[in-house]
Design a protein around this ligand. Structure first.
Ligand SMILES: [Zn+2]
Length: 235
């Protein structure tokens, strides 16, 4: 009983899921944790999230989880399938793993942390994973990253005449032309704007060029007024 409660806590298993049994296979160096769920009236369709009736269960699947000390740890469960009026029969989203993976999300997170610090070959050896498994884990991480990016605030933005409207929390810097309406607008919409406004290189160079031209034109006028046309023309 105690080991089941321990594993439920370690795995973060929440109702309706529970740990049914824990088998320690000493010879193989493996721990097998069997999960089951309480009777549930409705399951969410993975496509639209609407509450659906249980259709049936898939045959038992297993997922590799983080090791328990020196033991490889496997989760086992029969994934339920929901019956959605719109999307038909679908395997529900399980709280511990992505649909296409044979690893739990925590195991994949660990592998990704290792991959940041070591080569694919080293991580494959350390975690006893094949090349295909390493690549599968990396592909899913990239996919998750791309999906997260769609919802994230962009820390740096540039603004121009098309301006901007909303969603400016979390901005770290705003690149712009040196123009009062831009500066005032950023001050009105962005927290601590004074520290975040940067003038972009293109516009700084453009202003510099215009200023030099203006000075030259001014000098030419003075030279012409003095009657020194020959010198003015060369400038
Ligand atoms: Zn649906």
């Amino acid at each position: 009983m105690q080991d089941r409660e321990l594993y439920r806590r370690i795995l973060g298993i929440e109702t309706p899921w529970r740990v049914k049994s824990v088998d320690l296979k000493l010879d193989e160096g493996e721990v097998h944790v069997h999960l089951a769920h309480e009777p549930v009236g409705e399951w969410q369709c993975p496509e639209c999230g609407s509450a659906c009736k249980l259709y049936d269960h898939q045959p038992e699947r297993q997922w590799r989880h983080l090791d328990t000390c020196p033991y490889q740890t496997m989760l086992h469960a029969e994934p339920p399938r929901s019956q959605c009026p719109q999307h038909g029969v679908k395997v529900v989203k399980l709280p511990w793993a992505e649909p296409s993976s044979r690893f739990t999300e925590l195991f994949e997170a660990l592998a990704i942390e290792f991959l940041k610090a070591a080569s694919q070959k080293a991580v494959a050896g350390l975690l006893k994973l094949s090349w295909d498994e390493i690549h599968g884990i990396m592909e899913r991480a990239v996919q998750r990253g791309l999906e997260r990016r769609k919802a994230e605030v962009i820390p740096q933005i540039g603004i121009d005449e098309k301006a901007f409207r909303k969603g400016l929390e979390g901005i770290e810097s705003v690149a712009m032309d040196m123009w009062d309406p831009y500066i005032n607008s950023v001050k009105a919409h962005v927290l601590e704007a004074d520290d975040k406004i940067v003038f972009d290189k293109f516009h700084v160079a453009q202003h510099l060029g215009a200023a030099v031209d203006q000075v030259r034109r001014g000098e030419n006028k003075i030279l012409k007024a003095r009657g020194d046309d020959r010198l003015a023309g060369t400038r």
